[in-house]
Design a protein around this ligand. Sequence first.
Ligand code: HEC
Ligand code: HEC
Ligand code: HEC
Ligand code: HEC
Length: 443
Amino acid sequence: MRASIYLLFSLLALTIPAHASDELTLVYSANLDGELEPCGCTLDTDFGGILRRATYIDQLRAQQNKDLNEPVLISAGGLFAKELGSDKIKNSFILSGLEQLNYDAIGVQWADMIHGIEFLQQSSLPLTAGNWKDTTLAHNQIIRRDNHTLFFSQWLDPATSPYRNMPDLSPIDERTTALQQQLSDAKQQGMVTVLATTLDHTQAQALLDLSQVDILIIGSAYEQFSEPFKDKGTLVLQAGSRGQRLGVLSLALDDQKSITGWNHQVVELTSDMADAPRLKTWYDNYNEQLRLAFEEEIKKMEAYDQGQSPFVGEQTCEACHQQSHQTWQDTDHAKAYDDLEEVGKAFDPHCVGCHVVGYKQPGGFLSIDLTSQLAGVQCENCHGAGREHVNSGGQIQTPNHALAKEQVCSQCHVPEHSPKFTVKDYWPKIMHGKEQVVSSPGQ
Ligand code: HEC
Ligand code: HEC
Ligand code: HEC
Ligand code: HEC
């Protein structure tokens, strides 16, 4: 333990550049890409994580004294993994973990919008997008240190926007004028301007006027940081992804706040760096939430394996209600899951619920592999879970027997998904039930 602390301090001494009061130090990163912690499966992969990041930043801040400006802490966003179905538990802990690091500014990338803007709004992080249309996200952050003021903003690329085919719904301004105005105002007020984006350098040059940008952070590289370079008056930075490293940039500035020199270091968050003790509760909570979610899934599977599911599936109903089953078989309800598969949305939790039986309910649909007998809109979507009714040979009524048709249908036929729905028009297309019930199947 003592040895590792020793190592940590010597490491910090090496990696923290010397400061002077007219210098400004920037600690920057981008594209954590969902890597809350290193997997640590091999030494080669044992880099990064929010716990070590906190340790490094705490140490860096602790070293500040009267000759030293507190470092400016910024991120160009890309906090979450890009894959769809990205883990909501993990992502909410990424937000709450970073909250404890006191960031000065965090740019927003499209990947950060994966759970919707409401999800981000729950966080108190200084999230920023210069071309966001309304004020849901801050357009910029103004960061003050002694005799320096820093302006930060982020450009959200319209070309990679998920709204690029739905301009009316797009939350961003595709024109650069508003951002450009913010930058030149900041420059006029003697600020050091930082602009981050996921564009590469050539794209950024083509799209944006960089004459008012002192520091441009371009789209990240895989894992490794690039060496900064000056292009006309702009210093260009490129962070490495996956949260393995931090860029530490010390700037020398002249009276016009132009960059006259810089010192760049890349700090590797290796296993020598202890986990920040002050984030222990946060980390324990994260693991506890994961454990609970895991157990919840297991419980669902076990209940199902032991035949405890309250749902039985349409084939079981068929045994005694052949005519109703025949009618149902020919309706669109029977192929509701196939239609979802056809449009490639069978794995989207926002879609599955109305196209299968008992989604997110104990013993309900889990996946097509595990519970194929519960795919599609079936008898039990409308009549309720049928196991008790079946076990009683039809003596115990089905759960929804007292419900009006309107109530039954409106679980799914809501205006957003079925704007023309009325019971009068729709019921005749699926009408069934007036039949002789076979009360003893197989005889
Ligand atoms: C609130 C319930 C609900 C949700 C959520 C839902 N659907 Fe549907 N879906 C319906 C209903 C009801 C219909 C039948 C609409 C009608 O014909 O009036 C339907 C019909 C469909 C059809 C058949 C269209 C056709 O032309 O036959 C497809 C495909 C479909 N939905 C895909 C999706 C996808 C993709 C999503 C997720 C983005 C989704 N649904 C989410 C209720 C829902
Ligand atoms: C889309 C919803 C829906 C689906 C799917 C559905 N039903 Fe029905 N079912 C109803 C409604 C609504 C009624 C009519 C109740 C009434 O008349 O008030 C009904 C009536 C019945 C009746 C007659 C009830 C009575 O009181 O006499 C039986 C039996 C029945 N359904 C069995 C089934 C079986 C078996 C399946 C699956 C093969 C099935 N239903 C699928 C909605 C549905
Ligand atoms: C073992 C035979 C059997 C099976 C299996 C069975 N039922 Fe029934 N069901 C009956 C009998 C018997 C009645 C009563 C018929 C009567 O009194 O006219 C009945 C009545 C109903 C009714 C009308 C009364 C009520 O409870 O609302 C509905 C709806 C119904 N069944 C739906 C279903 C559904 C849905 C399934 C599958 C989940 C199913 N049944 C499976 C035998 C069965
Ligand atoms: C669990 C969700 C759900 C419930 C409950 C439900 N539906 Fe549907 N309904 C759907 C979906 C999904 C589709 C589209 C299926 C497809 O085309 O893939 C659909 C399609 C239909 C269609 C075919 C539409 C067309 O234009 O051909 C009719 C008719 C219909 N529903 C009637 C009803 C009625 C009546 C009720 C209530 C008694 C009802 N549904 C209850 C989900 C539901």
